[in-house]
Design a protein around this ligand. Structure first.
Ligand code: AMP
Length: 369
């Protein structure tokens, strides 16, 4: 989606990936297939472009450094280094005064018992690195579950954080340009199923106070990082209306995919503008919007029924061109804009159900009243 926006603006795109025939490669002018630790390939790649950016944060530091010695890299390598590890990210947030769930580092099983004593249970044990969509996570409700949860970390560095009984999850997708100008898409509400984002809609149903506090936190994080590009801050909103930062995504984010169809400037175009040194575009929404993810599970009984799903002309289909539909794998999404958030959510949920007419309607957990 970044490459599509870049091409629309007349840029040529060169993608670097360890995989061949990638979704970005389909849109790019040139696709380099090489391992991230093939630093000769990284250097050759960097010499062929004017600026480098990322679509995901788990690119090794040495790779980023090799590129940054040759060409500007946005966002900076040290931001990726911080955000690709939950422990470093949580330490960055808490030392800079941003609200996070109580957490402790866990290296050995004794650390886990001590952490449970200090911050209490229930808690969530998470691997420090390479975790997303609930991967490498185990909820611990009683001390007796600690050993099994620890075993699931496979000896990797981990953190124990308090389990938050949140009212809802929300995010702020925002962008900051090279002159330090900041813009945001307001607060987006997110509903997860099995730890994976399921449905997002905007504007979120939160008070004005919560909305302005969430945006202030996002702006302060972007400024503290001296960030350039699109950034997403994911929050838990507690029952007593406190915001807690769950995660920072240093890139366009799944919850901002609805901006592609709903806004004057999408989160991807903002990323293009920011990294290429252009002014940011308007983040105005044309109408309330909703997005539903399409996971590989949808292909379980064969090709989805595209005709039935798209019978509502409001529905916009985005498929990423991934070769293999595996369960839980994000294959694409649909969006709708409507006169109200409720109508947009209803439209994407109904369309997704029509894609799988033979199966039982799925509960999304989204209750709009
Ligand atoms: P993460 O990969 O850390 O973003 O976690 C994925 C999802 O798991 C989150 O969006 C939440 O729905 C849930 N989750 C993660 N951490 C916690 C927590 N400390 N308390 C409650 N739910 C959590």
């Amino acid at each position: 989606m970044f490459a599509i926006e870049a091409r629309k603006m007349g840029y040529r795109v060169h993608t670097f990936s360890p995989d061949a025939d990638t979704p970005t490669g389909h849109i790019s002018d040139t696709e380099t297939t090489a391992a991230y630790d093939d630093l000769d390939a990284v250097k050759k790649f960097a010499q062929s472009v004017d600026v480098v950016t990322f679509e995901f944060e788990n690119v090794p530091s040495a790779t980023v450094e090799a590129a940054a010695n040759i060409v500007p890299v946005h966002p900076k390598g040290e931001i990726l280094h911080t955000t690709q590890n939950r422990l470093r990210e949580k330490i960055f947030l808490s030392t800079n005064g941003f609200p996070v769930a109580p957490f402790r580092r866990v290296k050995l099983i004794d650390d886990l018992y001590r952490a449970a004593d200090e911050i209490g249970l229930p808690g969530v044990l998470k691997t420090a690195g390479f975790g997303y969509d609930g991967k490498g996570q185990a909820k611990i409700t009683a001390r007796g579950e600690a050993d099994a949860a620890y075993a699931r970390m496979n000896g990797q560095d981990a953190i124990l954080e308090s389990f938050i009984e949140f009212e809802k999850e929300v995010s702020v997708v925002c962008a900051r340009d090279q002159a330090g100008n900041f813009c945001h898409f307001g607060v987006i509400e997110n509903d997860h199923a099995n730890h994976i984002l399921d449905v997002s809609f905007a504007p979120a149903r939160v008070s004005d106070n919560v909305a302005s506090e969430a945006v202030d936190i996002a702006r302060n994080i972007a400024d503290t990082f001296d960030y350039v590009g699109t950034l997403c801050i994911e929050f838990f909103l507690t029952q007593d209306q406190r915001l807690i930062v769950n995660e920072i995504a240093p890139r366009p984010h799944n919850s901002g995919h609805l901006t592609f169809d709903a806004c004057v400037t999408s989160q991807f175009e903002q990323q293009v503008r920011a990294v290429c040194g252009l002014p940011l575009g308007s983040t105005e929404f044309y109408r309330p919007a909703a997005m539903a993810n399409l996971l590989g599970d949808l292909w379980e009984d064969g090709e989805p029924d595209w005709n039935a799903g798209l019978s509502d002309p409001k529905i916009k289909l985005h498929l990423y061109g991934k070769a293999e539909p595996r369960p839980g794998r994000k294959m694409g999404h649909i969006t709708a804009t409507a006169e109200s958030t409720e109508a947009a959510v209803q439209a994407v949920i109904s369309a997704r159900q029509r894609f799988m007419p033979q199966t039982q309607p799925r509960s999304t957990g989204v209750h709009l009243t």
